[in-house]
Design a binder for this molecule. Sequence first.
Ligand code: WT7
Length: 701
Amino acid sequence: MAVRQDVVPGAETTEAQIAVHWKEEEYVYPPAKFIGQANLSDPAIAERFQEKNFPECFREYADMLTWDKYWHTTLDASNPPFWKWFVGGKLNACYNCVDRHLPKYKNKAALIFVPEPEDEPVAFITYQELYTRVNEVAAVLRDFCGLKTGDRVTIHMPMIPELPITMLACARLGIIHSVVFGGFSGEAAGLRAADSGSRVMIYADGYYRNGKIADHKASADIAVEHAEKEGQKIDKVLVWRRHRGQYLSAKPMVEGRDYFMDDILKDFRLRKVDPVSMDAEAPLFLMYTSGTTGKPKGCQHRTGGYLAYVTGTAKYYQDIHPEDVYWCMADIGWITGHSYIVYGPLALAGSSVIFEGVPTYPDAGRPWRIAEQLAVNIFHTSPTAIRMLRKTGPDEPKKYNYHFKHMTTVGEPIEPESWRWYHEVVGKREAAIVDTWWQTENGGFLCSTKPALDPMKPGSAGPPVLGIFPIIYDEQGKEVQAGSGRAGNICIRNPWPGIMQTVWKDDERFVKQYYTKYCKNRESKDWHDWPYFASDGAVLAPDGYYRILGRVDDVINVAGHRLGTKEIESACLTVPGVAEAAVVPVVDEIKGRMPVVYIALRPGVSDGKRVEQEIVTTLETMIGKIARPKAVHIVTDLPKTRSGKIMRRVLAAITNSMDTGDVTTLANPDVVDQIWQEVQGTGPVVKKEGPEDLKRFGEVE
Ligand code: WT7
């Protein structure tokens, strides 16, 4: 096969592609004004967190919390990789985020709710009010629902203050919450509820999005039905009404199952519920995330270690002080929201903004208006949001009088060009910026610059955070050296307090997914033998800064959110007429990556257009709108190995006009040319280079 090795004539190189080729950038230094007020400005911290002080260094984080009983062992690593942190300690997460702040801060805003409609007033919820409301909800959960410590509750809610209030009420009782992102479908929520064994689900009737009311209660009925199909009966659905006494949904309430929270709460006014003193190792919550198999896994996070880790990192890396106005524009339904909208900021007595809407509605000036109106001084968002705001309103920030001292980016690699706009235009060159790399499994940051102590380097996540000791391995398990310019698989050599405990009900999957790849001796009881495999590619610069290249497994990072290709593929296979499905990522200028679906039809099926449309609607109902593919291609056959394995790497290469590499080992090499023809309308035309994650897509099992 003749393959041209030059760049496609006239094809634009998108920002996301530059991300992989960019050169090492010059340092940018944090402003003196920021350094002067930073929580972490003592360089001696590096010494305290040296490897020789591990694991005791993490006492510094745990000591930021209020313990009912102090722990006796900082880390029990005797049963790898099931680490135990702050063993023997007891505490309550809700108490730490609410009650303990009352003496000093009861009249200060804990949560600031910004509704999407601009004519609806902003709600300032003080710590005192939060305390009252959390107690009342805890009373409902305990006395109306009969829930107790250790039970699971699935919360499928949008960005309204009742979401963190409900989470904290669970934490008060030691009920394990499992929040499902509001944008996921009812079916996705139902499956997660069933996996967690929840018999109570909590909903909102509706919410505002892009100027319209979304009927969210409609998802509840679907969720209950699907949970029951999976064998999990849902006894009660509690429904928060977005406007008290007014019902936004078209779906009727089901008698004896569905209850309006505002009605029930009438019987629980000003009720107090003592926080339950929890073991440090008791699970605090589950967060489902996509992995390499079709079924999402419930990442189980512990109480003491998790809370200590998010509090410590929020203090040192987000620089949150009680007097700051902190706005993280993520959704609470993702780990970023759990750690850095709810638990971290509230444990520090911060004021945390909750924004209901989309950042570009009604126009791209909205975030900056909010920042001005509320005097936000710490801002946290994703590269996707930055690219979108830059594209739709590049000059909007200049029109508003706000001042950020600190800014964060999270979720995907950020290309230096977007970083610079963020720094210069959004941040007005006044802010320290941290690019934070981590994952749902990790609880909190793994790589980031210390905002007052380390220079920023556009496009690099930075050095490992305090107490984290990464290593990059190649496929053979050899260390990839700093400055070698070679990419490898980033791993963390040591346990840390924020790491998940296990996959809910699936210890084996936990060990296999994260700890088997580079473990040399499965019998070893020494944590040094158990590196955590992150599934990300990375390059280490000579200065010790890590550049994260993206997933090396078959997870697609869409707008900073994780989708499993197998999850999408199994949904596609439910569409009548589909014989085989393969899903690969394509570079998208705004969202980083998007899924592209390849379909082979069953013999005799000819209505390809119908199949294409049904694929799209099926993905929306089975997973959610975030799974909407950028394209659906019906092809004659999919490239396969002789053993019948679909070669997703080859499809990813064609989709992104990259070199397909050696295809002679395929069982059906001819199909490659056919697909080029069908998909790109040309013969094989390749760009010289492509993003690292696409080159290796689906390779690492
Ligand atoms: C994946 C984790 C916890 C953050 C929200 C996403 C990618 C995350 C960065 C970053 C480059 C990043 C990785 C990671 N990622 N942050 N700063 N730079 N890539 O959590 O849904 O669990 O996804 O997001 O590929 O593995 P998540």
